[in-house]
Design a protein. Structure first.
Length: 290
């Protein structure tokens, strides 16, 4: 646990931290040869005008064989102690053919979380474990695509609550310190959202709910933080009752860039507090109730 940052108010399971750290490592190390296509001007125009995520208009080809390889590599990183039934269930998934994996990857981009919810019922795997492992596996590819396709995005132009490339809801948000902690270069204090699936970071209004788009009412409290740590806030919405964790980089004094996934994990105590107040997340990765 990184005490230097004083992000944590609770001890986190070291196994979970280890798992995410190692997946971050392989995500950075492995490079898959993926086919990237030029996107035509009219597709870009449609993406901007109809506010449709770019990958929904031109879906990257997910090669089932490679997605399956990524999944098996991520499974290898799971803690040894994990219960047998879970590893059996993951092995059953690995027995599926390449076509299944190709379709699953495509569906995860197009239909998103519902696909995983269906799969969790069909295969009787706890949704949080399945979602976490599948997301981490698919990220390994999509990162390569998004690095390439981000050249088609103009920061600040896309004002939606979903990722401009793949359409997933944000994992976490941050108020930019002025440097490029997550790879964006924007003016200090702007709010940016981070995609859990393709690692894209996009600017979003500070005054609107990042789930339903409702404008926060003036004079009404729309956030809370733990006393003494206002660098980490929970933005919540009175209309849709959802919340999103936001890191204020201007106050956190991060000495070096940190992975948004790591930051997400290190702030799980805020999810606990938000749920206690009856707020819910669009993307609750560690909640079996979903
Ligand atoms: Zn995305
Ligand atoms: Zn809302």
């Amino acid at each position: 646990m990184n005490t230097e940052l004083k992000l944590n108010m609770v001890e986190l399971p070291t196994e979970l931290i280890k798992f995410i750290t190692e997946t971050e490592d392989i995500t950075n190390q492995i490079e898959f040869e993926v086919e990237k296509e030029i996107i035509a001007d009219e597709v870009i125009k449609e993406h901007k005008e109809k506010k449709t995520p770019l990958f929904h208009l031109q879906t990257p080809k997910i090669e089932g064989r490679l997605f399956k390889t990524a999944f098996s590599k991520v499974c290898e990183l799971l803690p040894d102690k994990q219960d047998d039934s879970l590893s059996k269930q993951f092995n059953q998934l690995l027995a599926e053919d390449n076509q299944f994996w190709g379709q699953l990857g495509r569906k995860m981009i197009l239909q998103q979380e519902d696909v995983i919810k269906e799969l969790t019922i069909e295969k009787e795997i706890p949704i949080s474990s399945l979602l976490l492992v599948l997301l981490q596996s698919l990220r390994i590819f999509l990162k390569e695509y998004s690095q390439f396709y981000q050249r088609y995005l103009e920061q600040g132009e896309w004002k939606e609550e979903k990722c401009p490339l793949c359409g997933w809801p944000p994992l976490i948000g941050h108020f930019i310190a002025g440097d490029d902690t997550f790879g964006t270069q924007n003016s200090a204090g702007a709010k940016s959202l981070f995609c859990p699936l393709c690692d894209t970071d996009w600017l979003y209004s500070r005054l609107h709910c990042s789930s339903c788009g409702e404008q926060f009412s003036k004079g009404k409290q729309n956030y809370f933080y733990v006393e003494g740590n206002d660098g980490l806030i929970v933005n919540h919405c009175s209309k849709c009752n959802s919340y999103l964790k936001i890191l204020d980089e201007r106050k956190l004094n991060l000495t070096s860039p940190k992975s948004p996934w790591m930051l997400y994990l290190e702030t799980l105590h805020l999810d606990f507090l938000a749920e206690k107040r009856d707020y819910s997340s669009n993307l609750n990765l560690f909640n079996e109730k979903n």
